[in-house]
Write a protein that binds this ligand. Structure first.
Ligand code: SF4
Length: 251
């Protein structure tokens, strides 16, 4: 049987309310990417801003030896027991770990890893978005993603992970809420854009939680035939009826 590869970003799909095993199976077996007429490409500006945010925070930590003060303040409120003033930068690499008797590989690359002086790690993922209800609905997906990184850190680097967080960067689109002096700062030298930072703590689960999710994803993706569709969803039947109608008209 071919090895099943699971991306940490995908692991929590099975936890979402609207999850359909059949849909998941088809889209992972036959990835179309943007090569179809109904594709809605992610605006380039979002991925560019993601990369920019990562670089700004990492460079600050590497060059000055500490996180930016505004980020330390935001983290302090959500993790009062941790002192983020003393963390150091950990180089990010793409991890992959073989499990389920080498039938499955879990892979992923965290946005940020910080090490406390006692050697324990903190893992974060950056989101260039507002912390809205839509994002809250996606929390199980992100929770699995971050726990997958913690699992990989423990298995591959033998590191204890002490906390996980999502860090939202929301562009200052509501200019009425920004005072005039702050707005003037944005035009010093060049036009700049401010971001509001929101830290969302994520539950840290034991390793078997991640392994059970991997087993569930593996059982879906290792199936030779598509699983049954979501109860109550008529989409597949509508599509099948449409295919039958056009094939009848063509013959
Ligand atoms: S149309 Fe509905 S049942 Fe069919 S694969 Fe998509 S979500 Fe699942």
């Amino acid at each position: 049987m071919a090895e099943v590869r699971i991306n940490a970003r995908d692991l929590g799909q099975v936890l979402l309310d609207n999850f359909c095993e059949r849909c998941f199976w088809f889209t992972r077996k036959f990835p179309l990417g943007q090569n179809h007429p109904f594709a809605s490409p992610m605006p380039g500006i979002v991925s560019q801003a993601d990369t920019y945010i990562k670089r700004v925070v990492n460079t600050h930590l590497q060059r000055t030896g500490s996180l930016p003060s505004w980020l330390i303040d935001a983290l302090k409120n959500s993790f009062p027991g941790l002192d983020f003033r003393s963390v150091s930068f950990v180089n990010i690499v793409r991890w992959q770990f073989s499990l389920l008797e080498a039938r499955c590989v879990l892979a992923g690359e965290a946005d940020a890893i910080w090490e406390f002086p006692d050697g324990r790690w903190f893992i974060a993922d950056y989101k260039m978005a507002s912390w809205t209800q839509t994002q809250q609905n996606l929390l199980p997906l992100y929770e699995a993603q971050l726990n997958a990184y913690a699992y990989l850190a423990q298995q591959l680097q033998k590191k204890a992970v002490v906390g996980l967080a999502l860090i939202y960067f929301e562009p200052e689109h509501n200019v009425q809420a920004v005072n005039d002096l702050d707005l003037l700062q944005r035009t010093k030298g060049q036009m700049m854009l401010g971001f509001r930072c929101t830290v969302v703590p994520v539950n840290l689960h034991p390793t078997n939680w991640v392994e059970e999710l991997c087993e569930r994803v593996f059982s879906i993706l290792s199936s030779a035939t598509p699983p049954t569709g979501k109860v109550g969803c008529q989409g597949c039947q509508v599509l099948l009826d449409w295919f039958r109608s056009i094939s009848t008209n063509l013959t």
